[in-house]
Design a protein around this ligand. Structure first.
Ligand SMILES: [Zn+2]
Length: 69
């Protein structure tokens, strides 16, 4: 399903929204404002074929999956 990440410009709340139609306005679930902005998914990229540098990539810890809540 098409899930996009949005950020509210009013209160700064970030949330994920299921988008069935791009015509629909995305409303902030916290403050109810329609002044929201779609964010680019930073976790979309995946390592398809790990090469000799794969271990080096693992050592960096990655940027996804931490924090939040
Ligand atoms: Zn808001």
């Amino acid at each position: 399903m098409p899930i996009y990440e949005y950020a509210c410009k009013e209160c700064g709340h970030e949330f994920e929204e299921l988008i069935f139609s791009q015509k629909d306005e995305v409303v902030c679930p916290r403050c109810g404002s329609g002044n929201t902005e779609k964010l680019m998914s930073a976790c979309a990229a995946k390592v398809d074929s790990p090469g000799p540098d794969f271990n080096a990539l693992k050592n960096t810890g990655g940027g996804c999956g931490g924090g939040g809540g």
